[in-house]
Design a protein around this ligand. Structure first.
Ligand code: RAM
Length: 343
């Protein structure tokens, strides 16, 4: 079965993201024939922030589909915990193995830089995806969506859900995560500039660990029983917070939104714990990242601004400023559309 890349209309409940699209999910092997490579098949290592996160399971599935299409070999490795330097040993191993490309979502913008640059010196092409490093430590960053758009989507959602007033808190991933920290900074700026009656009272970190995120939600509500809402810009965090809220006295009283996968959030949308949340398609993100890794390995592109390449069923992409390739736009999920998605 082909990877679906059908664009669907988004619902208009959050005006800022109304009209944006999302490639629908597909888990099965694609049959696209466009290859980013020009010759030998690429060997690729995929290194998520940590293992056991359905979001990264989906991105690896997408990367495997892409590798199947261009005839590459892809292996996923990763640490148990999303700590700053837990990925270093996996990077060193990939370099020793002499893989062509490494695709990594960074737990810290600088902690893995030396290891990545040593791998690059040894000839490995480095693609960051999802969570970037400093630009000088990688060839290309595959960004899921514009950071300002991701931040604004979440602020608009929580503002709408709490009537644009009251106390809110953020439940994030790891304290050093590049992506979450960028989004939080932009959310804080948006709140300060455009939502004077919303007060951000607390930001806590669940380290993309389900139990820790659950416990942090509980502690947050004990400290702030008058909280109007929680924003969790992490799929692990929002699912754990929803689980906590769904069986607590706060269900339906404390709003919860952020970034989640439809499969993890479906039950909480259906039971009324959550009304709307956002995300992009992580399967497509992994698929695109693998095509980037292959195009770099085959020297079809170098990562220069303006380089173009074909990413199978997703079509043609162009490398932007700072070696960035942009997947698309965030999308809002709610009771009306959640059953259209499976990832
Ligand atoms: C978690 C991870 C990932 C992030 C998503 C939204 O799965 O922290 O890096 O992009 O949430």
């Amino acid at each position: 079965m082909k990877l679906h890349t059908r664009r669907i209309a988004s619902l208009a409940s959050v005006t800022l993201i109304a009209g944006l699209g999302l490639a629908a999910c597909g888990d099965d092997s694609g049959s696209g024939s466009d290859s980013g490579g020009s010759g030998d098949s690429a060997s690729i290592t995929m290194l998520p922030k940590n293992l056991g996160n359905p979001y990264f399971d989906a991105s690896t599935t997408g990367a495997e589909t892409a590798a199947g299409e261009f005839g590459g070999e892809l292996e996923e490795v990763g640490p148990e915990t999303a700590t700053p330097d837990s990925q270093v040993s996996f990077i060193n191993t990939a370099a020793q193995q002499g893989v062509d490309s490494l695709i990594v979502s960074a737990n810290d913008p600088t902690a893995i830089c030396d290891a990545l640059n040593e791998a690059r010196d040894a000839g490995v092409k480095v693609v960051t995806f999802d969570s970037d490093t400093d630009t000088e430590c990688r060839d290309i960053f595959v960004n899921q969506a514009d950071a300002a758009g991701i931040a604004k989507a979440q602020v608009d959602l929580i503002a709408e859900q709490i009537g644009d007033k009251g106390k809110i808190a953020i439940l994030s991933a790891a304290a050093n995560a590049t992506n979450q920290n960028a989004w939080i900074k932009l959310m804080e700026e948006d709140l300060a500039a455009n939502h004077p009656n919303i007060e951000l009272v607390d930001t806590v970190y669940g380290d993309d660990d389900d139990q820790k995120s659950f416990d942090q939600t509980s502690a947050l509500l004990s400290r702030n029983p008058d909280l109007a809402g929680i924003v969790s810009p992490t799929t692990v965090g929002i699912a754990a917070a929803a689980r906590y809220l769904s069986s607590s006295e706060y269900k339906g009283k404390v709003a919860l939104t952020g970034l989640g996968t439809p499969d993890q959030m479906r039950a909480y949308i259906k039971d009324g714990t959550v009304t709307e949340f956002a995300l992009w398609n992580p399967t497509d993100l992994g698929y695109l990242s693998a095509y980037v890794a292959n195009a770099l390995a085959s020297e079809e592109i170098t990562g220069e601004e303006g380089d173009t390449f074909e990413a199978g069923d997703l079509g043609e992409y162009t490398v932007g400023a700072d070696g960035e390739v942009l997947l698309g736009e965030p999308f809002v999920f709610n009771a009306e559309n959640i059953d259209d998605f499976s990832f």
